[in-house]
Design a protein around this ligand. Structure first.
Ligand code: 5AD
Ligand code: SF4
Length: 473
């Protein structure tokens, strides 16, 4: 598909920053600091987008709150991947009637993938008068301009028709934590899996220039971040649109060369583009975590074909074998959809047998959700929700059992983990992650947050590991 990679000139972003500064004192006019609340649904890409929204809001002089009754401006960053997330958003947006009644000048914005779909933008416009501003992911970088227009004219602003995405550098970012950071390396998706709405709402794949990514990674390391997750809908196709001689494996190697003690993770990898070069690079780069999120979606070839996934069950299993031959300790997780249109009991059993064969460390399982405008939405689907639920429950049981068994294998071992936060609980007050990304609860001093420590794993359950600190740095 012909697609022109559009890059926004940095001066355009500077204009948005100027607008931010001009809005200081206009979000609340009571001579105090305005408070903003940003609520995020969906994937890590959305989390990363929300950090940009917060960056702009901070430039406007806002502080932050989680309380909608206290907020002067509320931004809801939405997801469109499944109907359930959309229903939750609409329910929560509807409930904002109460906070706005209390605070009539409260500004309510809804942005992100859900409202990039015209039918959802129309629904918000017609049925949710509480919403003042609405914009899709391609308009996020112009949020200050849209907010100014709303404040100048006091007329609702709906900017959801822009179809093409671009690459934008220089937006301010207000990151969530001090230990782990998201780093977007590309945007959009070209794969058009038949169930998925993402390519329609996030546009075609476009990669950031390697030097911009390296600069951001270097800055993160200098700021003390220890765990950097490279983000993209399909990171394995990084660089294909750039016409440079740099692919995703090369990018990992370049980030690995940045001096410092930190971990590189990434997601998501499409199996059709995962290469031996990638696995070899992961094995050779000491900072690259031995963790691979490799969504399989289904274990039956007919279903995979109808999903337009471009690989077979056999090819996928070979890929897993190849990855494990380079990294025997590789932690592999996956996404699975049950109840894809017309998936029979026998076809579903192929998913179960694939999971038993791979033995995933963790699985994210979803019941198929019909998405307007996708090819799967018009495929015949004779199975009932109740039948799909049975499959889903069976898969969850398999997933939990395998995770539990794999977790048990950690018991008695000593591992290096990164302490990434506190839990607020007495017994295990710290949370940490293994190199492969498994959750480990620990007891220890809060000063360990942000540090790598050796821990002995003492117990486990289906969801997490528990350990004691052996050595501190
Ligand atoms: N229904 C259910 N799950 C979906 N996903 C994407 N689209 C749908 C859908 N229409 C799942 C896939 C993907 C994950 C992010 O969400 O498993 O990998
Ligand atoms: Fe959706 Fe498939 Fe693209 Fe993932 S690779 S975002 S599932 S279309």
């Amino acid at each position: 598909m012909a697609y022109e990679r559009k890059v926004i000139d940095i001066s355009e972003v500077e204009k948005q920053l100027e607008i931010c500064r001009s809005l200081r004192g206009r979000i609340c006019e009571e001579g105090r600091q305005p408070l903003a609340m940003v609520d995020t649904y969906g994937c890590q890409q959305n989390e990363a987008d929300s950090e940009k929204l917060r960056g702009y809001l901070a430039e406007m002089g806002c502080g932050f709150t989680q309380d909608e009754f206290e907020a002067d401006i509320i931004v809801i960053n939405t997801c469109a991947v499944r109907e359930h997330a959309e229903m939750r958003v609409l329910g929560n947006v509807g409930a904002l009637n109460h906070s706005k009644k209390n605070k009539p000048r409260q500004i309510i914005a809804v942005c992100g993938c859900m409202v990039q779909q015209q039918h959802m933008a129309d629904k918000v416009k017609m049925s949710y008068p509480v919403v003042d501003l609405c914009f899709g992911p391609h308009e996020l970088w112009r949020f200050p301009e849209h907010l100014k227009r709303y404040l100048d004219k006091h007329k609702r602003v709906f900017e959801t028709s822009q179809q093409d995405g671009c690459v934008i550098e220089g937006m301010p970012l207000k990151r969530d934590g001090k230990v782990k950071a998201w780093l977007s390396i590309m945007y959009g998706c070209n794969n058009f899996c038949t169930y998925c709405v993402v390519p329609y709402v996030r546009g075609r794949e476009r990669s950031r220039q390697p030097e911009d990514i390296i600069r951001e990674a270097r800055q993160l390391v200098e700021e003390g971040y220890k765990d950097i997750t490279l983000l993209g809908q399909n990171v394995n196709s990084y660089g294909k649109d750039l016409g440079l001689d740099v692919d995703f494996a090369d990018l990992i190697r370049m980030i690995n060369d940045i001096p410092g003690d930190f971990l590189i993770r990434f997601m998501t990898s499409h199996p059709k583009d995962a290469t031996e070069k990638l696995f070899k690079t992961m094995a050779e780069c000491e900072k690259c975590a031995h963790q691979l999120h490799l969504p399989v979606q289904a274990g039956n070839n007919t279903i995979l074909k109808r999903m337009n996934r471009s690989y077979t069950r056999e090819k996928y299993l070979e890929l897993v074998k190849l990855a494990r031959s380079y990294m025997p300790d590789l932690v592999i997780t996956t996404d699975i959809i049950v109840g894809f249109p017309d998936e029979s009991d026998e076809q579903f059993e192929d998913t179960i047998s694939l999971c038993e064969e791979v033995r995933y460390d963790g699985m994210f399982t979803f019941i198929y959700s019909k998405r307007v405008g996708t090819p799967a939405a018009s495929m015949p689907d004779p199975y009932t929700r109740a039948q799909k639920q049975l499959h889903f429950d069976k898969l969850m049981d398999v997933s939990n059992r395998i995770s539990g068994e794999k977790h048990k294998e950690y018991e008695g071992k000593t591992l290096r983990v990164l302490v990434d936060g506190t839990t607020g609980k007495d017994e295990y007050n710290l949370s940490s992650r293994t190199n492969g990304g498994r959750l480990v609860h620990l007891k220890g001093d809060e000063s360990l947050v942000g540090q790598f420590v050796d821990v002995e794993i003492t117990s486990s359950n289906n969801w997490a590991l528990y350990g004691v600190v052996k050595t501190t740095p």
